[in-house]
Design a protein around this ligand. Structure first.
Ligand code: CU
Length: 186
C-alpha cells in the first residue's frame, strides 16, 4: 500500500509575513495549509470500501482566518452514503480507534462528552460527509471559522458507515463504524 504523500507549501510571502506578525495571525489568503492523498487504510471486513479506493484532502486558509477543507474520494461503492470527519491522530494500519476522536477546535470540557452537540457540530469540527456518484466518486467541502494551531492539529480524515448524526438533543457527531482512513498532517 502506498504511503499517503503529504506536502506543505509555504510561499516566500507567507514566510516573510510570519517573521513580521505573530504566529496567531491568520495566514495569507490562498496559502495551502496541507494536501494529502493516497490509498485509504481499510478496516474491518472492508466490503464497504473496495480495495484500491483513494482519497485526497486539501486544506486552505483564507484571509478571514477560515479553514476550507476539501475531500475527494474515488473508488468507493456507487451511490452510497459515508460519514467523514477530521480525527485527532494519524491512521493506524489495523486499529481504527488509534486515530482518536474528532478534532474539536474548542475541546469538550470536563463533565461534557465528545457527542455534546455544543461541541460536536460542523462549526467546531470538520465534517466531510459524502454521497458517491454511480462510479463511487464524491467531493465534499467544509469551511470553519478557525485555523489549526502549530501545537494542536488534526491527524487524519476517517470515513464512516453512515452520514453524521446531528441535532440539538444529541448524541451528535456519530456516524457508525469506522471504515477507512487517510493520514493528513493538518
Ligand atoms: Cu469520525
Amino acid at each position: 500500500m502506498r504511503k499517503p504523500h503529504t506536502t506543505r507549501h509555504l510561499s516566500v510571502a507567507a514566510i516573510a509575513t510570519g517573521l513580521v506578525l505573530f504566529a496567531a495571525s491568520p495566514s495569507i489568503a490562498g496559502a495551502d495549509r496541507v494536501r494529502s492523498e493516497g490509498e485509504l487504510v481499510r478496516y474491518g471486513t472492508g466490503h464497504h470500501v473496495p480495495a484500491g479506493a483513494t482519497a485526497r484532502v486539501q486544506a486552505v486558509y483564507n484571509a478571514a482566518g477560515d479553514t476550507i477543507v476539501t475531500l475527494h474520494v474515488r473508488g468507493l461503492l456507487p451511490n452510497h452514503e459515508y460519514g467523514a470527519h477530521a480525527h485527532s491522530f494519524a491512521c493506524h494500519a489495523t486499529n481504527p480507534m488509534a486515530a482518536g476522536g474528532h478534532f474539536q477546535h474548542v475541546p469538550f470540557p470536563q463533565g461534557s462528552s465528545a457527542t455534546d452537540p455544543a461541541y460536536a457540530n460542523p462549526t467546531n469540527e470538520i465534517w466531510l460527509d459524502v454521497t458517491t456518484d454511480e462510479e463511487g466518486n464524491a467531493v465534499a467541502q467544509t469551511k470553519v471559522p478557525w485555523q489549526f494551531s502549530p501545537d494542536r492539529a488534526a491527524g487524519s480524515v476517517m470515513l464512516h458507515a453512515e452520514h453524521t448524526h446531528t441535532g440539538p438533543d444529541g448524541p451528535a457527531g456519530t456516524a457508525g463504524a469506522r471504515l477507512a482512513c487517510l493520514t493528513v498532517d493538518f
